[in-house]
Every structure is written in structure tokens, then in C-alpha cells.
Design a protein around this ligand. Sequence first.
Ligand SMILES: *Cc1c(COP(=O)(O)O)cnc(C)c1O
Length: 380
Amino acid sequence: MPEKLNLETLLVSGISPEVHSEPVVSPIILSTTFERGSDGNFVPGGDIYSRSSNPNRRQLEKKLALLENGLKALAFSSGQAATYAVFQALPAGSHVIIPDDIYYGTRSALKLLGNNTGITLSEINMADIEEVDSSILPETRLIWVETPSNPKLKITDIDAILKLSKKHKNILVACDNTWATPYFSKPLDLGCDLVMHSTTKYFGGHSDVVGGALMWKEEKDETFFAKIKEYQITGGAVPSPFDCWLLNRSLATFHLRMPRHAENAMGLAGYLESHPKILQVFYPGLKSNEGHKIAQKQMVNGFGGMLSVLIEGDEENCKAVAARLKVFKNATSLGGVESLVDHRRTYEGKDSTLPANLLRVSVGIENLQDLIADFKQALG
Ligand SMILES: *Cc1c(COP(=O)(O)O)cnc(C)c1O
């Protein structure tokens, strides 16, 4: 800096923050642009522009890769943005196989994209491996697994899907691991090519940040993964430094929150299963659940914090139960420390094929007895 600067110039750029001691908590680096080196060239390994890279995002992506035992992770501005990057990287005219019970937005994304790219999809019951086998076409490029699925918590046998995919040359297997989280299941370790997350859910854990992520291990198809990264950067669906900072902070308590979610979900599922007004409980931790054996085989540490129930009576009654709950908030989304219920059929709208008496439950980390008592009074 030259010696004699005027006030306006000093206020804009003449005073540096002078960080002399290392802060214990990472700073949020909001700067969208970064200086070149003293030789006028880009600093090797340095940042240039925040859409391409940012220190807070780099820190987050490192943690995300570690969580899934991945080589690489990319952070996105939402789970949907991560999903889109995968589908956009597929060759035009690809065929994709998805489970019939799947996060509503993933199916919508594929349908929307299919209109322009000729991507076709088959929605099938992935609990039935023969059905998966018979739906594979010469142009099938991707099998998209979601286990447990949303909202019926159907379990897909990942190992069986991988064996099937290996009989063909060009089929990648991706897993939406948002519900299981790496605390309960690590799809990359099982052999999947790609893992997707809505970090809005358990990674964020506090219902205050929207984000997404992709992780992978081996670059089975390098051009495919390079293309995904290109969509992340060129498409610009990246999280803000503050969003990355929030996620970085939330991940510090991930391993403390998850066992409590699962413990509470197991306890509540057991209570609801014995309640006369509950017709069915969908929770893979229950022995009565049709996916229990496979869940036991491929999940560790428990069965997650999500469950769904069918309540005796019609849609109106189901919504009335949701409205009577006091500890559980009646709102969509999941994975936060607070318990939520969601009537998915009304969320999904007129195309929904879900039962009218299905209520989805995101079990939080409150006291289990309070959660049980709340359902007891609401069911009446
Ligand atoms: C929420 C969710 C998504 C979408 O993520 P957003 O962050 O809302 O874009 C995808 N898959 C599953 C299983 C989800 O629960």
C-alpha cells in the first residue's frame, strides 16, 4: 500500500484484518474473489472465484468425503441440485432405473429432464431383484437406489443390485443415502459407484440449512465424474460459504445425534406397533418389517431415525392426529434434532399414489417418553 491514502480509499481497501493468532473456529470467507500471486499468476492450489472453489466449501467437501469413505465429495446448494448434476452428466437417451417408492423430488427431476434429454426411466419395486433384472435395457446407464426409501422405508439389497449391475458393462449404481446416513450404512464400502445426500437433513441436523452432496470412491468412469464436477462449477449450484460453515459445524455433532435418533425411532416404532389405532408401522428395525433381514445385513449401528405409520381411519382423521401432536411439529422435511410429522400425500399433491392415512415421522433427539406420550394423547 502506498503511504498517503485518502480516507475513502482506506475505508475500501486500505485496512487489512491482521489475523495474528489462529482462530479456534474457522472463519467464514465470504470473498467471492481471491488475489493473484505477486508474480501476477494464479497462486498454485489457490482460490480464484467462489463459484469454482472457496475455503469453507473445501473444508466441508473434505469432511463429506471422509464420512462416506469416499475419495472425493462435491457440495451442492441442495440435494436436488446434486441429483440433477448426476442426471445431467448422463449421455442423452440414457435409461435410468429408480425404485417405485422414492423421494418425490428425484422422480420429478428425472421426468422434467427427460423431456429435453430423452432420458427414460423405469420405476420398479427394488425389493424384487428379478424385477430389476428384467427391466435392464441396452441403454440402461444408472440404477438409482434409495434405502430405506421415502416414505415407506422399503429396503433394497445393495449387494444384489451390484451383482446384477456387474453383469453389464456400462451401468453405474448410485445410492441416495440421505435417510440411512453413513452412520448406519456406507454404500461406497458396499461397492456402489456414487452416493448422494440431501445435507439439509441429518448432516445439517438442525433444519436451518439447505444443501446437497455427492461422494464417490473409484473413478470407474472418469469422464462421467469430470462432467458432474463441471456441472457443479459451470452450472453454479454451489452452497454459500455460510451454508458450508453451518454444515461444518453441524457435522461435529453428527456421531452424537445419530444413535439418539435411532434409539428414539426404535422405541417409538415398538410403541406404535402395539397401539390398536395403528394399522402398520414401516420401520426396518422391527422384526415384523419385510426388509428387516436385509437391513440387518447391510446396516450397522441401528436402523435410522425415520418411520411411517398407517393410522386407522381416513385422511381427515390422519391429519387430525398430526394436528393434535404437540411435541411433534406438523411440517415437512426431516433429520433435525426436533421431531416432525408430515402427511406426505398432501405434500406430493394430486399425482401422489400414497395411502391417505400414511403419516411420516422424523424422530428427533428429545426424551423418548415425551414422544410416546405425545402420540398416546394424539391417537386418543
Ligand atoms: C430431502 C431429500 C432429497 C432432496 O434434497 P433437498 O435438499 O430438499 O433438495 C433427496 N432425497 C431424499 C431421500 C430426501 O429426503
